[in-house]
Design a binder for this molecule. Structure first.
Ligand code: ADP
Ligand code: MG
Length: 557
């Protein structure tokens, strides 16, 4: 084919593809427009994962009737006027691409009213063309309704995940904007169900409470650093409160939600040595910088930014968080799964006694010789002697392996032991966790969880798998949801569930064990299929054989 300039229609579709990747991109652009219009109330609604319907209403300044058609032209914007403006952008939008891009991939309705027009206006566009335009009354503000997203783009549709997954992206996004703008009242309705509502009273802690629950919100520490080029403010978790992934890190730069590896590293650096491996803080961090200090125009969806002085920003964030952490007494973690007195944690012996024989079905101890317990080291390792030398066993990793095998065995044989709770536990899910719950309900039930809606994002936990019944249930569940929501692990659901339950249900390092408890633990470890590694593949034990010992002591050379 000879070289030729592409037709406008094709160009706009290519551009639309960059801006509107999936339903949540539409929601993002519309919310940004509402915020740029100075809205103090934004109501978002989505159906069928956003493919059927997305509707965003605001009480912002509205669009004058005379400019309404223009708003749907590519590169038409009221937000910047000169090259100079591009250097110091203070609005969220500026590319003039969102409305035309959405119109290129869906049907779109808009109704709007300014304070000066005598009456509001309404427009309907199909395949980017205006098919209807008329005057229509409404209160000041704008409502954009998007129907049939990607209907004419079967390829895009095919790549979308289930409606539940798309909903969970939308819930996450709206939560982020609610965190960034506590003074704006947000409402999110997903498939006709209220999923999030904030008051708009300006209190960040209140928004955190809405999204992550009040217990967590109360424990968050206030970050405030007003000197220097980058001003840092927000909330961050005490070291006793952590999560197993980075989904709970939110960064806003000049109120723009950004994905920034730099800011993530700066935050995690502040927690260095305070969190266990694989744990991550929870933080909502606002950074404010002179507009010239950053370039927001490096990504079509504006999700990335570039700082002019990266190092300065990095250390401002790190220092601001370190400072508050340093002033916080190291409280003992609330999430201790077993009380230290052995009252709560019964020895594994008891578990075996109550279990039907199928559980570990006396598998031959393939790999592990019979071990004799000598003692416990640092309340963390069991010291044992075998026919061929010394064994140091990591009590947590070993128990994790035992639980993992049992949980999967019970599940696959459909004989899961369930522990009903006399006193049901109430737990509040974030909008995103709620969507995860919807998607995984049946699986969770198969593993022994009975979770019932209790209104307004609260749920009652009525039963849990008996194998982890002695652990901290809230911690178990929140870790489980983190792992289910994580896209990082390609493992099938049942493995993710078993891994997470085993990890958080297992005894911890630092837990003192009686000799009897240690003997039981080892006995059960001997009966697992892979006693030498935990479910994550880390070793459960170190073995020093007699030969090595003799060599170390110079008995042989
Ligand atoms: P951009 O936001 O980059 O300017 P958009 O295509 O998103 O481009 O919007 C085009 C223009 O339409 C905006 O510059 C703004 O003037 C107007 N507009 C869009 N949405 C709204 C809204 N909700 N309220 C008021 N004006 C809006
Ligand atoms: Mg915009």
């Amino acid at each position: 084919m000879p070289i030729k300039v592409l037709a406008d229609e094709i160009v706009s579709k290519i551009a639309a593809g960059e801006v509107i990747e999936r339903p949540v991109s539409v929601v993002k652009e519309l919310i940004e427009n509402s915020l740029d219009a100075g809205a103090t109330q934004i109501a978002i609604e989505a159906q069928g994962g956003g493919v059927e319907l997305i509707k965003v209403s605001d009480n912002g300044i509205g669009i004058p009737a005379s400019e309404l058609e223009l708003a749907f032209h590519r590169y038409a914007t009221s937000k910047i006027g000169s090259l100079d403006d591009l250097e110091k952008i203070s609005s969220l939008g500026f590319r003039g691409e969102a409305l035309p891009s959405i119109a290129a991939v869906a049907e779109i309705e808009i109704s709007t009213q300014t304070s000066s027009d005598p009456i509001g206006s309404y427009m309907y566009l199909r395949k980017g063309e205006v098919v209807r335009k008329e005057s229509r009354a409404r209160s000041q503000g704008t409502t954009v309704t998007v129907h049939g997203l990607f209907r004419y783009f079967p390829v895009r549709l095919k790549f979308l995940k289930s409606a539940n997954t798309e909903n969970s992206h939308i819930a996450h996004l709206v939560s982020q904007y609610a965190l960034a703008f506590p003074e704006v009242k947000f409402s999110l309705i997903l498939d006709k169900r209220q999923s999030l509502r904030t008051t708009g009273n300006g209190d960040l802690r209140e928004v955190v409470s809405e999204i992550y629950g009040s217990e967590l919100a109360q424990r968050m520490l206030k970050v405030e650093q007003k000197d220097g080029l980058a001003k840092v403010s927000g909330l961050t978790s005490p070291p006793s409160l952590a999560r197993s992934n980075r989904n709970y890190l939110s960064f806003f730069v000049n109120r723009r939600w950004v994905h920034s590896p730099l800011l993530t590293r700066a935050t995690e650096e502040a927690y260095r040595g305070l969190l266990m491996d694989g744990q991550h803080p929870i933080a909502v961090i606002n950074i404010s910088l002179p507009a010239q200090e950053l370039d927001v125009n490096i990504h079509p969806a504006k999700a990335q930014i570039k700082f002019c002085h990266e190092q300065t920003v990095f250390s401002s964030v790190q220092k601001a968080i370190e400072e508050i952490l340093a002033r916080t007494p190291i409280a003992s973690s609330k999430a201790v799964p077993f009380s230290v007195s052995s009252g709560q944690w019964q020895s594994p012996r008891m578990i075996t006694d109550n279990e039907p024989a199928f559980v570990v079905a006396q598998l031959p101890a393939l790999e592990l010789p019979v071990l004799r317990v000598l003692g416990q080291l640092a309340n963390t390792y069991i010291i044992a002697e075998g026919p061929d030398g010394l064994y140091l066993i990591d009590q947590h990793a070993a128990h994790e392996r035992i639980l993992y095998d049992r949980i999967l065995a019970q599940w696959s044989q459909k004989e899961v032991e369930v522990q009903g709770l006399l006193q049901p536990i109430t737990i509040e899910f974030s909008p995103r966790e709620e969507e995860t719950l919807k998607a995984s309900k049946e699986f969770l039930a198969e593993f022994g969880f009975a979770i019932e809606p209790f209104g307004n994002r609260s749920y009652l936990i009525r039963a849990i798998p008996a194998l982890v019944a002695r652990a901290n249930i809230i911690e178990i569940i929140s870790a489980l949801f983190d792992s289910l929501a994580s896209k990082e692990s390609p493992n099938p659901w049942e493995e993710k569930i078993a891994q997470s339950l085993a990890c958080h249900g297992a005894i911890r390092a630092g837990q003192q064990l009686s000799n009897e408890e240690m003997r039981e633990l080892i006995k059960q470890l001997e009966q697992t299929k892979q006693p030498r590694t935990c479910p994550h593949g880390r070793p459960t034990m170190i073995h020093l054989n007699s030969h090595q010992l003799e060599k170390e002591f110079g008995r042989i050379s």
